[in-house]
Design a binder for this molecule. Structure first.
Ligand code: PNS
Length: 166
């Protein structure tokens, strides 16, 4: 049975990697799916995000990295997966995750949501936090895998160059 692990992954963090590794041990196939949402102001394109995820997960043979548009449940049906996994960091995640899981259940009763607790090492970690740290040149090693660290550093340079040019 396969499991779908969706998210924005802008960028992938060590918290995501830890959840994916554990899902890959528990399920024969893990579909990591990047949301391609034109309304969301992401730092990285879907292609860049998928590339970072692929490079960060080398060696995990049963993980497939994809992208989707539109409703998550429609994508799950399209690829024939009936289980969606989400990481839970702290109580603060619960409210929005609970609502999303219930809305998804209402729209697609055959699809279930599985919550996996994030390792306590990463309970505070988020993609927005690492972007802020990157913006001010802070240390990223313990927060993101090396491909994401490189991509963050070059994106910060790009943004700085863009700003000074404009
Ligand atoms: O990493 P994120 O931003 O917490 O992930 C949220 C994501 C991408 C899983 C969720 O927003 C999503 O799947 N959006 C697509 C539209 C959808 O199906 N929304 C859920 C119904 S409430």
């Amino acid at each position: 049975m396969g499991v779908l692990y969706p998210g924005s992954f802008d960028p992938i963090t060590n918290g995501h990697v830890d959840v994916i590794r554990r899902l890959a041990r528990a399920f024969p196939k893990v579909h990591v799916a990047v949301l391609s949402n034109p309304d969301k102001s992401s730092w990285f394109s879907v292609k860049e995000r998928m590339e970072m995820i692929r490079k960060s997960l080398r060696g995990l043979k049963n993980v497939r990295v994809t992208a989707y548009e539109g409703l998550l449940v429609d994508y799950a049906k399209r690829i024939g997966v009936r289980l969606v996994a989400r990481g839970l960091r702290a109580v603060s995640d619960f409210d929005s995750e609970f609502k999303m899981a219930l809305a998804n259940k209402d729209m697609a009763p055959a699809i279930d949501t599985l919550f996996m607790l994030t390792d306590k090492k990463y309970a505070f970690l988020s993609s927005s936090l690492v972007k802020e740290i990157a913006l001010y040149g802070g240390p990223l090693k313990s927060f993101v895998p090396p491909p994401a660290e490189r991509a963050l550093r070059s994106k910060v340079k790009e943004r700085a160059a863009g700003k000074s040019a404009g």
